[in-house]
Design a protein around this ligand. Structure first.
Ligand code: PEP
Ligand code: CO
Length: 450
């Protein structure tokens, strides 16, 4: 088949005829057009074949043969694109992955909210401080965090910075995951700067010793598999800014199909999942694995329509439902969705995001989350799947590798009064490294017991 690249690529622009929520209002349309044209000329950040590989891995998740670990910042920031920040985040995800693989005996598919997570949907368009009202911060890809009129003006040049920040982050992630750092024999090294200070670090050290023993045993038996030397790691972000995502959508020369080459997986957020609007239309045209966030108001009929729109061929691995209902609602709302989707014959991956339904404002004014609420939502998610005989496919969490104080609770307890100490997020509160490891151990137990 010969492919008319131009016609096919323009199929990635059909969303332009539909309403698109949460898009920046750029003051200069011509400047935006020039940026889009430049982005269209840039090389892909990921290969179509890698997206297919992730789709195959997600098919295993959907069928109950693997578990998804998806995590990273709520919002990445340009000034946090440094070797230390990236390594710490990766280290945390690798440690969580090791805990889940070893303690739950399940293959873990590792996907970062990384290398592209620069755009944020917001619940209000304006923000007021001390009587001054300005447009909200929408992520580094759109405008500046500083509360000044200049900084809050959307600037399309930031889309190019987003591309370059994503490229340099992904480059380092690829080096770390394939260049020896992620070798399972480094399982202790990932913990080095951490173990003494934290109960979860000590628990991890014990598990790392067991992994070491197992590796030594295998080596003594004469086997040292190549699989242990590198880690398969994928990138993902919310496909929010459609100008950016469609400028990075390309026709794959092997298949003639469209891929969004800004990340392996992209998802549609809770605020932009209207069935007849632009984000769903855009996602329906690309071959990447797609996630869709489902909040507490989602009906079973809607879930079935997402399947019709986004997974018409009923292909396991194509569609992931990322459920974020809140600890107090998950047990009520999720069962009907899972039941009706399962009855329809579709095989989707079910993943819990236990963060976004559990945010509240502390008396100090900090947006925060309780570790116990996060845990309780995960528990509810597991309970629902256990009762229905379906597979709890994974977790989607906001975390950082740094020792921040943004969420309260955890084994190394953070109190509400501690929040100001290291509150560094550009958007939502993240689990720190110790809380992330705690969560991994607890999820591994739940998985084993289901
Ligand atoms: C997010 O993942 O940061 C987010 C905004 O989530 P949701 O769309 O589920 O609210
Ligand atoms: Co968030």
């Amino acid at each position: 088949m010969t492919v008319n690249a131009k016609t096919s690529a323009s199929a990635g622009n059909t969303w332009r005829d539909l309403p698109a929520a949460q898009q920046p209002e750029y003051p200069d349309a011509e400047a935006l057009r020039a940026v889009i044209a430049e982005l269209e000329s840039y090389p892909p950040l990921v290969f179509a074949g890698e997206c297919d590989q992730l789709r195959a891995r997600m098919a295993a998740v959907a069928k109950g043969e693997a578990f998804l670990l998806q995590g990273g910042d709520c919002a990445e920031a340009f000034d946090a694109v440094s070797a230390d920040h990236i390594r710490n985040k990766l280290k945390t995800l690798l440690q969580m992955g090791a805990v889940l693989t070893y303690a739950a005996s399940v293959p873990v598919v590792k996907v970062g909210r990384i290398a592209g997570q620069y755009s944020k949907p917001r619940s209000k368009p304006m923000e007021t401080r001390d009587g001054v009202t300005l447009p909200v911060y929408r992520g580094d890809s759109v405008n500046g965090f500083d509360f000044t009129p200049e900084s809050r003006i959307p600037d399309p040049e930031r889309l190019k910075r987003m591309y370059h920040a994503s490229a340099s982050t992904l480059n380092l992630v690829r080096a770390f995951t394939t260049g020896g750092y992620a070798d399972l024999r480094q399982v202790h090294a990932w913990n080095q700067d951490f173990v003494k200070s934290s109960p979860s670090g000590q628990r991890y050290e014990q598990l790392a010793r067991e992994i070491d023993n197992a590796l030594n045993f295998m080596r003594a038996c004469g086997t040292d598999p190549e699989e242990f030397k590198t880690v398969e790691f994928f990138s993902s972000h919310e496909a929010l800014l459609l100008d950016y995502e469609s400028a990075l959508t390309r026709v794959d020369s092997r298949t003639g199909r469209l891929y969004d080459v800004s990340a392996h997986m992209v998802w549609i957020g809770e605020r932009t999942r209207q069935l007849d609007h632009a984000h769903v239309e855009f996602a329906s045209k690309i071959r990447n694995p797609i996630g869709i966030k489902l909040g507490p108001a989602t009906t079973a009929e809607e879930a079935l329509r997402y399947i019709d729109r986004l997974d018409p061929d009923r292909e396991p691995g194509r569609l992931t439902f990322i459920v974020r209902m809140g600890a107090d609602k998950i047990r009520d709302r999720l069962p009907e969705l899972v039941e009706k989707v399962t009855a329809s014959g579709a095989v989707v991956a079910w993943v819990t995001d236990p963060m976004h339904g559990n945010t509240f404002e502390a008396a100090s004014g900090h947006k925060t989350r309780r570790f116990d609420d996060v845990l309780d939502e995960v528990k509810g998610f597991f309970e629902v799947h256990k009762a229905l005989g379906t597979h709890p496919g994974g977790i989607h969490v906001e975390l950082t590798g740094d020792d921040v104080t943004e969420c309260v609770g955890g084994g190394d307890e953070i109190f509400v009064d501690d929040l100001h100490q290291r509150y560094e997020t550009a958007c939502d509160p993240r689990l720190n490294r110790s809380q992330s490891l705690d969560l991994a151990f607890l999820v591994a137990e739940m998985y084993r017991d289901q």
